[in-house]
Structure formats: structure tokens, C-alpha cells
Design a protein around this ligand. Structure first.
Ligand code: SF4
Ligand code: SF4
Length: 401
């Protein structure tokens, strides 16, 4: 330990004097993990970015970066870009430090590596914009054909359904389709994050999460604390200017999604507990939650799409962009088709709109465990470990926290 601390001090002196520092060998396996470990060795000697986010205080508790440390820190990173724009060793410097990009590459790899069942991990590479939209279109078409075969074209356009969707797709049929898909999504994500947790827990102190740590992690997640740049002015998107747009559009998307989910859950309670059949109109609570949530989701995803298209090319892993855009597009499609369905009630287009909306919802849920949605789950797990770890004494007797 003493030798490692001396080596670290020597590196800091070399850096201060502008000399190239030797990079310690690391016990990681992939090129992406090796690059994070290499960059963090330099950051650990520099420490200029200590106040930006949770990654740097967590880094200072380590002198070496093994595979589990790298996986943990990569998922703790919120890709805010602050440490790229602040870094004196960023490209074109010969050290070529680009923490946001290196972390993003490892993050993408961890989603696939920890996926459950493992054989489906490769879906992350294929889960792009085209596939997402094609899946939604294919499922919608399937439903359209099913309705047409059952009741002819007259059932698809202009049939007198009132505003009751169950006249077209019976309630039990919808439950039979969505319940297994939803349960599989929960199981796949839970198993994936369990595998991640098993690797990362020993590398982050090994103790169980306590109530204060869980409360602080929940606060960090719900406020998206680490998209504020450490000073509250926000993070970066297309250049080195600070912006709160990414945080706000994330909030609109996240809370919009949660409100829509709450509307669906509440409607289920109405149906099974009180025997109140859908559709629910204003001012019922499911309708209020759904209308506010749908609007928020549309605004949030439209904003995130625009930001993503303008994002600085050095911020992330360009190979993951199709996956990001596919997820954003499906969320938008679900919200927009849901709103159209509500506005189109009582019109001849109701059946077609319902097929489109259900197709989009099934496509979204089918791709949830193998797409961008995973970043929220893995990042929450990392924040839980971070808030637990930082309450323990530093294992090296040094550190910023
Ligand atoms: S990103 Fe650059 S400036 Fe920030 S701690 Fe690392 S080496 Fe230092
Ligand atoms: S990109 Fe932002 S969140 Fe990620 S390590 Fe750098 S400063 Fe921290």
C-alpha cells in the first residue's frame, strides 16, 4: 500500500511538471475497461474534477481499478460531459483523456454482459431506432389484421365502438398479452441488476445498504443530482456551455412515464377492486394522471431527441446512439398514440388508433430489458452502492469525502 501511495505521489509530481507518466498495468479484460482504468490512474493523480460528480470522490477511495471497480464507476457516471470540457489532458493532448466516452463504452458493455438471460445480451447491439420502429409497426399491423380478419374492414374503420376499447379487444385478452410481457421485463431487469450487484458489492465496501444511504440515493435519482455539474448550473450538451435542458427533459420524461404507469396501475385497481370499468373520463384520477403524464412524456422525449441529435461527438459512444434514439422514439410513440386515442374517441379512426397504441406499447415493453431503459436501473444500483460506500472509512486512508 505504501509503495502504491508513493507511486501516486510521484505521478502527481510528474504531472505537475508536465512529464508523461507511466501507466500501471491493470487487471481488466476488455479494451474499454482498460481505457477507463488507464484514464482513472491519471485522474487519481490530477483530481481537478473532484467536485463535479460522484465518480471522482469514489475514485479517490481506490488506487487501482479492477473490473468490478470499472463497472461500478462507469454506471455511476451520468455522462454530463463536465470532466471532458474541464480536462487539460483531453484530446488532442497526448494523454487523450476522455472520461465520458470511456465510461459510456464500458456502460454499454455492462448492459450486455449482465443481461438476463445472458444469450439475449447481444440484443443491446441490435436494439436501434429502425428495429424499434419496425417492431412497433409490425405489432400494430398484426393487430390491424387480427381485427380485420375477425370483423372485416368495417370493424377497423367507423365501427360503433362508443369509447369502449374492450368492444374491440376484450379486457381479459389485453391482460393475457401484457401481464406475461410485463412480468418478463421485471424478471429480466431484476436478474440483470442482481448479477451486477453481486460483482460490485464486494468492490464497494461489501456492507449492506442502510436507510440513510438508500434515502440519499433515492434523492440523487429523483432529482438527477449529477446532471447539475456540481455547481447547479447544469451539464454540457453540444459544447462547453452549461445547460439545465438535459436535466429538465429527463425529468419530464421520467415523471411522465411514472404518471402514465400510475394511471394504468390505478385503472387496474378500479377494475378489479371497485368493479368500475374503463373508459374513465375527466375528472377521474386515471384520466388526469394519464393526460398529464402523456403530455409530459411527449415534451420530455421530444427535447431529449433534439439534444441527442446535437450532442458533442466526444461525449459518448457513437455506437449506442441508435439504441438511445430507439428508446426515445418508442416512448414518444406510446405517449403520442395514447393521446391521439383519447382525442380520437368517438371517431371512425378509434380502432386503428387503438391498434397503433397497443403495438407501440408492446414494442416498448418487449425492448425494455435490452435497451436504454437499463441505464436507469444500473445507475440507481451504482448510486445505492456509492451512498453506502461513502459512509464507510476510506480503505486507503485518503480521499475527498
Ligand atoms: S478528467 Fe482530466 S482534469 Fe479531470 S481529474 Fe481527470 S485528468 Fe484531471
Ligand atoms: S462525465 Fe460527468 S458524471 Fe461522468 S465522470 Fe465526468 S463529470 Fe462525472
Amino acid at each position: 500500500m505504501q509503495n502504491t501511495i508513493s507511486a501516486l505521489a510521484q505521478e502527481a509530481q510528474d504531472l505537475a511538471a508536465g512529464r508523461v507518466i507511466p501507466i500501471l498495468p491493470v487487471s481488466t479484460e476488455t479494451a474499454a475497461e482498460g481505457e477507463v482504468a488507464r484514464a482513472l490512474q491519471i485522474c487519481n493523480a490530477c483530481r481537478y474534477c473532484e467536485g463535479f460528480c460522484a465518480v471522482f470522490p469514489a475514485m479517490t477511495r481506490r488506487l487501482e481499478f479492477g473490473k468490478a471497480d470499472v463497472h461500478y464507476l462507469a454506471n455511476l457516471c451520468h455522462n454530463c460531459g463536465a470532466c471532458l470540457h474541464a480536462c487539460q489532458y483531453a484530446p488532442p493532448h497526448e494523454f487523450a483523456i476522455n472520461i465520458p466516452k470511456a465510461m459510456a463504452e464500458v456502460r454499454g458493455q455492462t448492459y450486455a454482459d449482465y443481461a438476463w438471460p445472458p444469450a439475449l445480451g447481444r440484443l443491446y447491439q441490435r436494439n436501434g431506432l429502425t428495429l424499434s420502429l419496425a417492431l412497433a409497426a409490425g405489432l400494430s399491423l398484426f393487430l390491424v389484421l387480427a381485427v380485420a380478419l375477425q370483423g372485416g374492414l368495417g370493424r377497423l374503420w367507423g365501427a360503433d365502438l362508443g369509447a369502449n376499447f374492450y368492444n374491440l379487444f376484450p379486457h381479459n385478452l389485453l391482460v393475457g398479452i401484457f401481464a406475461p410481457v410485463f412480468l418478463f421485463v421485471v424478471l429480466a431487469l431484476a436478474m440483470g441488476v442482481r448479477r451486477f450487484w453481486k460483482d460490485v458489492k464486494p468492490a464497494t465496501g461489501g456492507v449492506d445498504v442502510g436507510t440513510p444511504a438508500a434515502a440519499e440515493a433515492a434523492h440523487d435519482v429523483l432529482r438527477l443530482k449529477y446532471l447539475d455539474g456540481g455547481h447547479g448550473e447544469g451539464c454540457h450538451n453540444e459544447d462547453d456551455a452549461y445547460t439545465l435542458s438535459r436535466r429538465r427533459f429527463h425529468h419530464l420524461t421520467f415523471y411522465g412515464f411514472m404518471l402514465c404507469f400510475a394511471a394504468t396501475a390505478l385503472a387496474t385497481v378500479y377494475h378489479y377492486v371497485f368493479g368500475w370499468a374503463a373508459p374513465y373520463e375527466f375528472p377521474s384520477l386515471p384520466k388526469l394522471l394519464g393526460a398529464v403524464g402523456g403530455t409530459s412524456l411527449m415534451l420530455g422525449t421530444a427535447g431529449l431527441w433534439r439534444l441527442n441529435r446535437r450532442r458533442h461527438p466526444l461525449h459518448g459512444d457513437a455506437r449506442q446512439k441508435p439504441m438511445d434514439l430507439g428508446f426515445i422514439a418508442l416512448l414518444f410513440l406510446v405517449a403520442a398514440s395514447g393521446m391521439a386515442l383519447w382525442l380520437g374517441r368517438g371517431t371512425p379512426a378509434l380502432a386503428l388508433l387503438l391498434c397503433l397504441h397497443l403495438g407501440a406499447v408492446i414494442a416498448l415493453f418487449a425492448t425494455l430489458p435490452y435497451g436504454k431503459f437499463a441505464h436507469g436501473v444500473f445507475r440507481t444500483a451504482s448510486l445505492l452502492r456509492h451512498n453506502t460506500e461513502k459512509r464507510q472509512p476510506s480503505p486507503i486512508g485518503l480521499g475527498a469525502d
